[in-house]
Design a protein around this ligand. Structure first.
Ligand code: MN
Length: 291
């Protein structure tokens, strides 16, 4: 099998706030990193690198807003988030947990720091990834998967560390998330000098985000904390070695190769569907959610 080489190492861009609770570096889509097509089916990646929030009785976050046509996946590394949506989904995403929300035909939701955590404040670190839906599934029913850390598939790599599979598979071990198209999402939690090998089909769009520590990719290229590695669409195999204890989020998916027509919180296949989304939102078809 051929080596999958690095195409780009993307440094985090200056952060911006989403609402008042998420201080994020955007990696997808953006002018000088990756557009939606390049990382198809991954439409957006916002990364809240470690940031200290002071204690407050008024939890910070993002108020009620709609989504249609894709899924939002929130991966909590530090801190806790409370979520609620108009389809009745909701809950608390704690450290190590993942929330996989399928907006599909449309939900209203809100995302805030969990009340008790917000009172104390502390270090917050989180990833939000938007995964596109195939055209045939964009208007399916909304769904919510709360994936506790303990439900993830652990693949033990002995003295190297372990892989925590959220979706897709590693060494034929399958993660708990159900997806609409082939998506692999996993955390490599490696000890100092620990190594892991990965293999994905060449045409899958593949990236790795360094959450903790520094890594060496394919035995030669150093990638520091908070940087994203984009791999070429050639070759299958790459290795990651931790220079110190490391956490690396591995993202790989088969492109849908369908037209992408985004507008704000909606991602559809064409302009008519976006106009329909606004119409449906304005006429209350996304349901109701209290502020
Ligand atoms: Mn949202």
């Amino acid at each position: 099998m051929a080596t999958k080489n690095i195409e780009l190492i993307a440094a985090p861009k200056p952060p911006h706030f989403v609402g008042d609770g998420f201080r994020v570096h955007n990696f997808i889509p953006s002018g000088y990193h990756l557009d939606m097509k390049r990382m198809d089916p991954f439409l957006m990646l916002d990364y809240n690198s470690k940031f200290h929030f002071s204690g407050t009785d008024t939890p910070r976050g993002v108020g009620v807003h709609p989504h249609r046509g894709f899924e939002t996946v929130t991966i909590a590394y530090k801190g806790r988030v409370e979520h609620g949506d108009s389809a009745g989904g909701g809950g608390i995403i704690g450290e190590g947990d993942v929330q996989w929300m399928t907006a599909a035909s449309g939900v209203l939701h809100k995302e805030f720091h969990e009340t008790e955590w917000a009172k104390e404040g502390g270090i917050f670190q989180m990833v939000q990834l938007w995964v596109n839906l195939p055209a045939k599934d964009k208007m399916s029913a909304p769904k919510y998967q709360a994936i506790k850390n303990s439900e993830m598939k652990i693949v033990d790599l002995g003295e190297n560390g372990f892989i925590e599979v959220i979706a897709g598979e590693y060494n034929s071990q399958k993660g708990p998330a159900s997806t609409f198209s082939p998506v692999n999402l996993m955390n490599a939690k490696l000890k100092e000098h620990g190594k892991a090998n990965f293999s994905f089909p060449p045409h899958f769009n593949t990236a790795a985000l360094v959450i903790e520590g520094n890594i060496l990719v394919n035995g030669k290229e150093k990638v520091p904390t908070d940087h994203l590695v984009l791999f070429e669409n050639e070759g299958e195999d790459f290795t990651i070695e931790a220079s110190e204890n490391a956490i690396v989020l591995i993202i790989s998916g088969e492109p849908l190769n369908e037209p992408i027509f985004p507008h704000g919180p909606f991602v559809m296949n064409n302009r008519e569907e976006i106009i329909q989304a606004f119409d449906d939102f304005n006429t209350g078809k996304f349901g109701y959610l209290e502020d």
